[in-house]
Design a protein around this ligand. Structure first.
Ligand SMILES: [Zn+2]
Length: 162
């Protein structure tokens, strides 16, 4: 980094300490030419993308919000909250690994939908019906039929039917 005073490229670090609760390192540097001091911050680049809503507003990614929306979909279903927390963490990691600066809220919704599909069919349908805002009842019936068929093939929770 060039010295802000004289533009020289070389400096020495005179002091290093954690900043922003350990999320960054603050370095006090001294220019090797003009000997003036300045400060730099170093922090991880793989931060979470901003969430772009349907109306184009941006908001910070909120893992707790994902957990609570899944909790609502899983009400009275035999799904442990711990599983929902891990699922939300996985989604967060997926977004972080993606390295995008922005992600559409629909994309997050799809990730949640995928996860719920594997977790609980009823929760899946509940979430889909709210999130997908089905245009007509047929669309909704299709998804219910799809889930019913899947349930018939592979009973959830090891319970056998009939
Ligand atoms: Zn300088």
């Amino acid at each position: 980094m060039n010295c802000p005073f004289c533009g020289y490229a070389e400096d020495k670090v005179v002091e290093s300490r954690p900043a922003r609760d350990g999320a960054a390192i603050r370095r006090r540097r001294e220019c090797l030419r003009c000997n003036r001091r300045y400060t730099t911050f170093e922090q991880l680049e793989n931060r979470l993308p901003a969430v772009v809503k349907k109306d184009n507003r941006r908001e910070a990614f909120d893992r707790a919000k994902i957990v609570s929306s899944m909790e609502i979909a899983c009400r009275k279903r035999p799904v442990p909250t711990a599983l929902l927390r891990t699922t939300a963490e996985d989604i967060e990691r997926t977004l972080m690994d993606g390295g995008e600066a922005e992600v559409a809220s629909q994309e997050i919704g799809d990730l949640v939908l995928d996860a719920l599909h594997a977790i609980d069919p009823v929760a899946f349908v509940r979430f889909a019906s709210v999130y997908k805002e089905f245009e007509d009842t047929r669309e909704f019936r299709d998804i219910v039929t799809f889930v019913d068929r899947r349930k018939a093939q592979k009973p959830i929770g090891g319970k056998t039917q009939g």
